[in-house]
Every structure is written in structure tokens, then in C-alpha cells.
Design a protein around this ligand. Structure first.
Ligand SMILES: Cc1cc2nc3c(=O)[nH]c(=O)nc-3n(C[C@H](O)[C@H](O)[C@H](O)COP(=O)(O)OP(=O)(O)OC[C@H]3O[C@@H](n4cnc5c(N)ncnc54)[C@H](O)[C@@H]3O)c2cc1C
Length: 367
């Protein structure tokens, strides 16, 4: 197959890009080094985030696309329309829940305020005395590595996947692989997550480490993805180490527990003090967790940009190169929206929403 586009990386973002490009008629070659990445390490919460209008636009378009894909997904993608409950611990956070509802409303996102009693009925395992919650029923979860494989398979003959590690992007846009061979196409998409800086050192991407832990099977303990509203202030905006209550009910009955964030480390080791802090936070909301058995914990690296938004668009000075990188802690959610936006730009068409906030120009120094 003569490729019109080469995508570097077959994580959820690369897979979504290949899928979207195939949908507009492109023949795509995906190169993946199979060294793993955030897609295999993350939580797979499909969530509308509203820290700023650009994040809200991208995540709301993307969750709508996931909902449209869901009926066709195979079972091992483990999609579940469980919704999110943003938990308000006190009246101050309840006021934040109301403000969040207003912001979501501007994008037509359905949500519902629950008082303390309604929250206790919805999630009896939560500790007593919480002020309430904002329920976002359109959010969901999936198992991202399988969803990535499914997206690639959906594209049929238009997409070919090759096991290959790109060693260098040469000046004319030619890709040199580690075995010394070369690949070329009129357009190249860089979608290799945290490894993006090894091929393009100029990209302003830093690793942000996260811990996760999964329990044994306890079906029916938790029904929604539960996230503390304090997440918005404690974890998302901080530049130091932080933890936040974030629990996901897997379709298997297991509970997937997050979340922690640490900058300036590339050490993948599980750190007992950080894990303990994260679990302590979880216990403050789910006291019964102390009686459950954990089966595994691990870490992953999010690819963080200075403003928290992914870089989507033409590289300002590298020939043929397009960027789909820097998705931080939201790349599973935002993969389909990112891919559609990028495919439109690569096709010279108008994206469904404003591409300017994600434009790489401005963040990168001229060569
Ligand atoms: C702990 C944690 C929790 C998270 N929770 C969520 C969540 O709940 N919801 C959400 O939306 N997001 C979440 N995320 C973020 C999400 O997982 C990432 O944003 C997303 O997976 C990034 O996907 P990607 O395809 O860009 O990169 P990756 O998944 O890292 O994939 C990169 C791919 O590129 C390949 N590659 C690398 N270098 C090369 C090379 N030189 N040549 C060829 N191939 C190469 C790798 O083999 C890999 O397959 C979480 C992340 C972490 C770490």
C-alpha cells in the first residue's frame, strides 16, 4: 500500500487519527514501536472537563463521538455509560457544582444536581454527610488499549499497522527507523505520546506521573465514576505533587482507584508514600475500601503541555509534520475530537470547532 499519511504511534490518539483519516479517504500507515504508553496505563474515564472553553469544546465533542461509536464497539472495549458524579464535600463545593452545571449548560451538556440524601441513595458506599454532587450522565468509561485496536480494525484496508520504531524525523520529513530503513509520505502525524520529545525535542511537553490501583471484584459497590470536586483545584491546576479522590467501577466489578500527579520524574516505579496518600484520600470518601483487596498497582506518564491543552495542527517549521500530542490526563476522552479536528485541518477543511487554542504555532520557537 502506498501511504498518503504516516501516523507515528498506535495509542488511542494515533489510532483515532488513523481512523478519522481513513474516514476521509486517506490511505494510512501507522508505525508503532510497541513500547507501551499512557493508553495502557490510564483510567479510560470519558469525561467532559471544563477548566477552560477550549477544553470544554474538545471534551464535549469527543464524548459525543464516543457515545456515537459505543453501540458498534465490541465487548472487550468495556464501554460503560456509567456517568460521572462530581462529589461536593461541603456547601462551598456545592456552590462550585452549581457553577459547573452552568458552564456545562453553555455546551448543551446535560447534568443534574443531587443533594446529600439523593447522593447517599445513588452511592450508598460513600461516607455519610457529603453535601451532594453534580451528575453528568453522558460521561462514560472504556478500556482504552482495546478501543485503540478496535478503531484501527474499523478502518479496514485503508489503514496498515507496522511494528517499527522511528529513530529520527529527517529534514525533508522522511522517517528513519531504528533498523536504518526509511518511510516517507506526503503527510506525517506525530502521535507518540510522552515519547514525542525524543523525535521533536522542541516540543514543550513534560511528564506528569500518575499512580493507579485496582481491587478484586466487588460488583455493585460503586455505580458511577466518582470524582471529588476538589479535583479541579487539588490535582488539575497544581504544579506540585497532588492526589484526588477518583474511583471507577469497572464492568468486571473491580474498582479502579486514582489519582495522583507528580511532575519532574520519569521513574515508573510505584512509590509507596504517594500510593498511601492516594488511598488515604479515597478512604475519606469510601471508608469501606479498607476491607477490599487490591490486586495490582502501577504508574503511567501523562504528556503535559504548559496550558494543559494538546498540540493539534501543523508543526510550524518541520516539513510535512502534523502534531497530535500533549493530551495529558484527558487523551482517551479527547482522542476522537482531536483526530477529527486534525483530519479536517490536514484536508484543508474547516473543523467543527475553533482550532486556534490547540495550534502549535506560538508555543514553538522558529528553527
Ligand atoms: C495514570 C493515568 C490516568 C489517566 N486517566 C485518564 C482518564 O481517566 N481519561 C482520559 O481521557 N485520559 C486519561 N489519561 C490520559 C490518557 O491515558 C493519555 O492522554 C492518552 O492515553 C495518550 O494517548 P497517546 O496515543 O497520545 O499516547 P500513548 O498511549 O503513550 O501512545 C504512544 C504510542 O506511540 C508509540 N511510540 C512511542 N515512540 C515511538 C517511536 N519512536 N516510533 C514508533 N512508535 C512510537 C508507543 O509504542 C505507543 O503505542 C490518564 C493517563 C495516566 C498516565
Amino acid at each position: 500500500m502506498h501511504a498518503e499519511v504516516i501516523v507515528i504511534g498506535a495509542g488511542i490518539v494515533g489510532a483515532a487519527c488513523a481512523h478519522a483519516l481513513a474516514q476521509i479517504g486517506r490511505r494510512v500507515l501507522v508505525l508503532d514501536a510497541r513500547i507501551g504508553g499512557a493508553t495502557g496505563a490510564g483510567m479510560g474515564h470519558l469525561v467532559v472537563m471544563d477548566d477552560n472553553p477550549a477544553e470544554l469544546a474538545l471534551s464535549s465533542h469527543s464524548t459525543a463521538q464516543w457515545r456515537a461509536l459505543a453501540p458498534r464497539m465490541i465487548e472487550d472495549c468495556a464501554y460503560s455509560a456509567c456517568g460521572t458524579l462530581w462529589i461536593a464535600a461541603n456547601e462551598e463545593e456545592m456552590a462550585e457544582a452549581e457553577r459547573k452545571q452552568q458552564r456545562l449548560r453553555t455546551h448543551g451538556i446535560e447534568s443534574r444536581l443531587l443533594d446529600g440524601a439523593a447522593l447517599a441513595r445513588a452511592e450508598p458506599a460513600l461516607r455519610k454527610g457529603l453535601a451532594g454532587a453534580l451528575e453528568v450522565p453522558g460521561d462514560g468509561i472504556l478500556y482504552a488499549p482495546n478501543a485503540a485496536r478496535w478503531l484501527l480494525a474499523q478502518a479496514g484496508d485503508s489503514v496498515r499497522v507496522e511494528h517499527a520504531k522511528v529513530d529520527e524525523i529527517e529534514g525533508d520529513g522522511t522517517l528513519r527507523l531504528v533498523d536504518g530503513s526509511r518511510r516517507n509520505a506526503p503527510q506525517i502525524v506525530l502521535a507518540n505520546g510522552i515519547e514525542a520529545t525524543t523525535l521533536c525535542p522542541e516540543l514543550p511537553i513534560r511528564p506528569k506521573k500518575g499512580h493507579l490501583l485496582i481491587t478484586d471484584r466487588y460488583p455493585g459497590t460503586v455505580h458511577h465514576q466518582l470524582v471529588e470536586l476538589g479535583y479541579v483545584t487539588s490535582a488539575h491546576h497544581s504544579d506540585g505533587d497532588s492526589v484526588a479522590f477518583n474511583v471507577q467501577p469497572r464492568p468486571t466489578g473491580q474498582l479502579l482507584i486514582g489519582s495522583s500527579r507528580q511532575f519532574d520524574t520519569t521513574d515508573p516505579a510505584v512509590e509507596a508514600p504517594m500510593l498511601a496518600r492516594m488511598l488515604q484520600r479515597t478512604l475519606e470518601y469510601l471508608p469501606g475500601l479498607a476491607d477490599l483487596t487490591a490486586v495490582r498497582s502501577w504508574t503511567g506518564m501523562r504528556a503535559a503541555t504548559p496550558d494543559g491543552l494538546p498540540l493539534l495542527g501543523k508543526h510550524p517549521w518541520r516539513e510535512k509534520l502534523w502534531l497530535a500530542v500533549g493530551h495529558e490526563g484527558l487523551g482517551v476522552t479527547t482522542a476522537p475530537g482531536s483526530a477529527h479536528l486534525l483530519a479536517a485541518l490536514m484536508n484543508g477543511a474547516n473543523p467543527e470547532f475553533d482550532a486556534a487554542p490547540y495550534a502549535p504555532r506560538g508555543l514553538l520557537e522558529p528553527a
